[in-house]
Design a protein around this ligand. Structure first.
Ligand code: 5FX
Length: 541
């Protein structure tokens, strides 16, 4: 009998969705979290009738960016149809979770809930839900049209830092509260005709449960509306954005909460089990964090066109740079996110200029220069950086004097050290403590296979570096979260993912790195402030 029970348990599978900017994806994993199926629908090519470019519409003003809400519903139908034709064992799915591009919002018309509750399994969702949105074009994270509304919100709640202290971020154009304020101000009728506002994540969750799904705490932190400490809507932010917002947003729940079972529609049309559980959906970045299977206190560095750092924090210091969200795995903790525009392209440019385009020559040059680069520091912002908001290239010698060039070998070390010291500086500013003996760095993304870069990270962060190459980390993290939520309270995420292969340790800090980079970090802070304080920037680019 015992074997029967355990083989029944082992036969269970878990499903993770991800609705990102360009595609919708589903990943199915076994009970021991092995990926068995991956299915995707690409918006531009598979749903050409919506005429999106990269999954979005950039409006004539160049700053308004939206996506057709109906496209996402149709993509959900198509994804399920594809899953059916690829013989996904729907009946074995024990739990589902998912993620969506952060900040984007969906506006359900008065009366939509009734339709959602009563979907007819004989026809597609998109044919039944085509008229249920009061705003047909969902504002998404790429929108930059709400600058004045951000300043208004900051002012109404008592300043930039106060909004940051409450919500984990200062006013950002893409954050949902400011987008909602824009709709209230420019499309009043649609706002008044809205029964529920979902995030992309809770919207797809709603399609799964056949009812309005609550927003989860982690994705909810990307709205400039949630108090990340009490994990409740911040009344003063709601009032500042639009009236009756609390009703329209509904409740907010911990990210690992079971929010219901799949809808009768999914049971009847696709053969899901009636007791298949739906775990709250979250944002793509929180879900990616889960996909990297971190432990408390880890720092994750994603090295791509732009570099992103994700920090697992217990005591955050919300700052007007970067963002602090409620942690999607451990809801009493936090995660911070900061993005740096000058990533791989900047490193490659220096490689091309100083190492004849060869990583081997780049690495050899690096080995010829000491940690700390004899006091030379370079700051390379070929494109305007996010923090600080500065463009230009700045080189300083060991006396803090600005110089116009460095020898090639010095330039090579300077670009890596300058970038990684900045990542460390902003991590510390957000509350991360690099002096903890438990700190692990998990490096991911294109450049995480480059040993020279990894060694500099280990030295600058004074922590061992592990590499993890996780394709589709948001969908995968969603499947893992589905299992975590399904196991119920009291089960630690680390237990859920304990069977997975541990990432290899690829670099450890060199002796003496701690002192060298502690000092360099202090000098970087000063130099960056100097650059920022200049009224006219002297670019030596
Ligand atoms: C994070 O704050 C962002 O705006 C983006 O990374 C989106 O989540 C991309 F989907």
């Amino acid at each position: 009998m015992a074997t029967d029970v355990s083989s029944r348990e082992n036969a269970k599978v878990f499903l993770g969705f991800d609705f990102s900017t360009q595609q919708a994806k589903a990943i199915l994993v076994t009970n021991d979290l092995k990926v068995i199926q991956e299915i995707a629908v690409k918006f531009d090519t598979e749903l050409p009738e919506f005429k999106t470019d990269g999954g979005v519409h950039v409006h004539d003003d160049h700053v308004t960016v939206t996506a057709p809400t109906a496209m996402w519903v149709k993509a959900f139908d198509m994804l399920l149809e594809k899953m059916k034709s690829e013989n996904v064992p729907f009946e074995k799915i024990a739990a589902v979770s998912g993620s969506g591009q952060q900040h984007g919002s969906v506006y359900w018309k008065i009366g939509a809930q009734h339709l959602l509750n009563n979907l007819n399994p004989e026809s597609s969702m998109h044919s039944q839900l085509k008229d249920v949105f009061s705003v047909g074009d969902s504002p998404i994270w790429m929108d930059a049209s709400t600058t004045q509304l951000c300043r208004d919100l900051e002012e109404k709640v008592g300043g930039k830092q106060r909004l940051t202290d409450i919500t984990g971020s200062c006013g950002y154009e893409r954050m949902t509260g400011n987008q909602i304020a824009k709709i209230y101000q420019t499309n009043r009728e649609a706002y008044l005709n809205t029964e529920r506002i979902s995030l992309v994540s809770s919207f797809v969750a709603s399609l799964c449960v056949g009812d309005y799904a609550p927003i989860d705490e982690s994705d909810g932190s990307g709205m400039n509306l949630l108090n990340i400490h009490t994990r409740e809507w911040a009344a003063e932010c709601l009032t500042a954005c639009a009236p009756d917002l609390a009703d329209k947003l509904g409740s907010v729940v911990p990210s690992k909460q079971i929010i219901g079972s799949v809808s009768p529609y999914l049971v009847q049309r696709y053969g899901f089990a009636q007791d298949c559980q739906v775990i709250a959906f979250t944002g793509d970045n929180p879900a990616s964090l889960a996909g990297l299977t971190p432990s408390a206190g880890d720092v994750m560095v994603s090295l791509g066109t732009s570099d992103t750092i994700f920090l697992w924090l217990s005591s955050p210091k919300p700052s007007t740079v970067g963002h602090v969200f409620v942690n999607p795995i451990e809801s009493t903790d936090f995660m911070a996110l900061a993005c740096f525009k000058n990533g791989s392209l900047t490193r490659e440019r220096i490689r091309n200029e100083c190492a004849e385009g060869s990583w081997d020559k780049f690495i050899a040059a690096l080995e010829n220069t000491p940690m700390g680069n004899n006091g030379n520091i370079g700051i390379y912002f070929y494109v305007t950086e996010i923090q600080p908001l500065v463009q230009g290239v700045f080189r300083f010698n060991s006396h803090g004097e600005e110089v116009t060039s460095f020898p090639k070998e010095v330039e090579i070390r300077a670009v890596l050290e300058g970038q990684m010291v900045a990542r460390r500086y902003y991590s510390e500013m957000l509350g991360f403590n690099f002096n903890s003996t438990n700190t692990r760095v998990i490096a991911t993304g294109g450049a995480s296979t480059n040993p020279a870069i990894l060694q500099v990270i280990a030295d600058v962060f004074n922590a061992p570096v592990y590499t993890k190459d996780v394709a589709n980390s948001a969908a995968l993290g969603s499947a893992f979260r589905a299992k975590h939520g399904w196991l119920g309270p009291g089960v630690d995420y680390s237990e859920v993912v304990s069977g997975l292969k541990q990432p290899p340790c690829v670099a450890v800090p060199s002796p003496g790195a701690d002192k060298v980079y502690g000092d360099l970090c202090d000098r970087y802070k000063e130099l960056e402030a100097r650059i920022q304080n200049r009224t006219s920037l002297i670019s030596t680019d």
